[in-house]
Design a protein around this ligand. Structure first.
Ligand code: FAD
Length: 463
């Protein structure tokens, strides 16, 4: 079962995994002399501000992803990159510590997935552009036929070829039951928000979506001057004693600060408690009240793993299959899109080909995520045992003041939130005997009355 010249491919979903799958597939096909007809279905208009144009995410791109993309010749234009983030500030209830990367090039960029938050349209013309639109345009320029249409239903012909049925176009009142097209290969890139995954479950080839949970994302308008005065060029991570929250993060993005909250079933109560936290409030301008309704959403986050995300002539890529736990989802989509395209061109499009060529890439991420789950499950210990929290801040601060030493804990923290390294490597760094010893000593010091105050309580947010 192979793709030959004239083969038809449908890509459902034009987020990063859809656009990149189309881009890599068309590029590889061209290199091997195969001409494909590729339809990409994406109902969103990424040039719109607010929910109609947004794929709901924190919008942080890891340095490793930007390097990989640049090596492939995918250079992100300046107007996509809103801020270059050069450090992290880790906030706990017991203090804060700043983490700088080892090398200046280990930077991170913040982007808007769509055309920006609701209300931003008043700044006409917008001083930035959409990340997802850029990738979609790349796919179009590679030869993808991009259709702004929502797929309603999927099935197969008796010979096993996937068929795509669309929702009627705007203004079309006919109730068409005819398929839009029959394809040789169907690539599902529908993410986890909305009913896209159900269509693939209903194809009955054994696919079950990954475990997932709701998160919270809000875009807080403060004005560029105030954003940089309060946040600098740092991403602020909050590990606070708030039940239901794993961590929260605030990222500078031009005139906005993007606030995300991750946890188990993040609801209004959790959001309220996070915004009431003195640690969080201290980053907001004096007297500034969180807008009652900033442009916000509650997207689903992949906690993995999926079951059977492939069959003969069908494969799922991106969030609806696998991702990296709590970080670098766009980077994960990039790796999977590339593996999927490479498999389809070099091995074929049977379930066996995807099992051998594509699945190992997903499995590797899923296995690493298992270690990530273990690492994040320890936040319970940290949360209820404040001396450990204080010890962590102390050790990071000590490491940061001695740049010539290997900064193992700082590096583990940096990699946890950037996606620069797998959880396996983070584990080795964080559980190195030297770090365990330093944490133990710092914890003992924190437990001795009168010993802990000067180094820890005096920690300010902007050190
Ligand atoms: C709170 C939060 C913060 C995050 N922050 C970051 C971050 O800072 N950095 C990072 O790298 N990752 C982050 N992620 C993860 C990242 O958002 C995802 O990994 C990434 O969007 C996955 O891309 P995708 O293309 O697989 O899915 P999506 O981006 O969800 O795209 C799916 C696309 O499919 C389309 N679609 C759905 N159904 C249909 C249909 N029936 N017909 C046609 N089209 C359809 C949708 O319109 C959408 O455009 C975050 C996630 C969450 C929840």
């Amino acid at each position: 079962m192979e793709l030959t010249s004239g083969a038809r491919v449908a890509v459902v979903g034009g987020g990063p995994s859809g656009s990149l799958s189309a881009y890599f597939l068309l590029d590889l096909a061209r290199q091997t002399g195969i001409t494909l007809q590729l339809d990409l279905f994406e109902p969103r208009d990424f040039t719109q501000t607010g929910p109609p144009g947004c794929n709901m995410c924190g919008g942080v791109i890891s340095e490793s992803l930007m390097q990989k993309m640049a090596a492939e010749g995918i250079v992100l234009p300046k107007e996509l990159l809103l801020d270059a983030i050069d450090s992290y500030v880790l906030h706990t209830d017991s203090g804060a510590a700043t983490i700088h990367p080892f090398h200046a090039e280990m930077r991170i960029a913040s982007i808007f997935r769509g055309a920006g938050p609701l209300g931003a349209e008043s700044q006409h013309p917008l001083p930035w552009s959409s990340f997802d639109q850029h990738l979609l345009e790349m796919a179009r320029q590679s030869g993808a036929n991009v259709l702004r249409r929502r797929v309603r239903h999927l099935d197969r012909t008796p010979e096993g070829h996937p068929r795509v049925f669309l929702h009627p176009a705007k203004g079309d009142s006919s109730d068409s039951t005819e398929p839009f097209g029959t394809y040789d290969l169907l690539i599902g890139c529908v993410g986890l928000n909305g009913s896209g995954v159900r269509m693939f479950e209903e194809m009955r080839f054994g696919y079950r979506p990954p475990r997932n949970d709701r998160a919270w994302v809000g875009e807080l308008y403060m004005g560029a001057k105030e954003v940089h005065r309060r946040l600098g060029h740092a991403m602020h991570i909050f590990l606070l004693d708030i039940p239901g929250m794993k961590f929260a993060a605030m990222t500078p993005k031009g005139h906005y600060a993007t606030f995300i909250i991750l946890g188990h079933g993040v609801n209004e109560e959790v959001v309220k408690r996070v915004f009431q936290s003195p640690r969080v409030r201290s980053l907001f301008p004096e007297g500034w009240e969180t807008p009652v309704r900033p442009c916000h959403c509650q997207p689903r986050i992949n906690l993995g793993p999926p079951v059977n995300p492939f069959a003969d002539r069908v494969v799922l890529v991106g969030d609806c299959a696998t991702s990296r736990l709590y970080k670098d989802g766009i980077g994960a989509a990039y790796r999977m899109a590339k593996a999927c395209a490479f498999t389809a061109i070099t091995r074929g499009i049977s379930a066996q080909a995807f099992r051998e060529g594509y699945w190992p890439v997903c499995r590797q991420m899923d296995r690493d995520n298992a270690l990530g789950h273990l690492l994040f499950s320890m936040d319970g210990i940290m949360r209820y045992f404040s001396p450990l929290r204080r010890a962590m801040i102390t050790v990071i601060r000590e490491e940061q003041s001695r740049p010539q030493d290997p900064r193992r804990l700082s590096s583990a923290m940096w990699d946890t939130f950037t996606g620069s390294a797998p959880y396996r490597q983070i584990f080795q760094q964080a559980f190195h005997p030297v770090i365990l010893w330093r944490l133990f000593v710092a914890m003992l010091r924190a437990l001795v009355p009168g010993q802990q105050t000067d180094a820890i309580v005096s920690t300010t947010i902007r050190e």
